[in-house]
Design a protein around this ligand. Structure first.
Ligand SMILES: [Zn+2]
Length: 67
């Protein structure tokens, strides 16, 4: 099986050939890979941040449990 196929870069949707020498696949370039990783990091930070904000307000959780 020497068939080559292409995928779409998750960042910019450009067609990327799936080749062993393309070390950034499924991304078209290192830049797109870094952008995607950066978005991941931002999402991971956003979730615990919201939770922490909720947890640090005791009046909110008291109010919720008394209802
Ligand atoms: Zn790209």
């Amino acid at each position: 099986m020497s068939e080559t196929f292409s995928v779409n870069c998750p960042t910019c949707q450009k067609s990327v050939m799936w080749l062993p020498e393309n070390q950034y696949r499924p991304f078209c370039s290192k830049r797109c890979q870094l952008i995607d990783l950066g978005e991941w990091a931002a999402e991971e930070k956003a979730i615990p941040c919201e939770t922490a904000d909720f947890a640090t307000d005791p009046s909110l959780s008291e109010d919720w449990s008394s209802r």
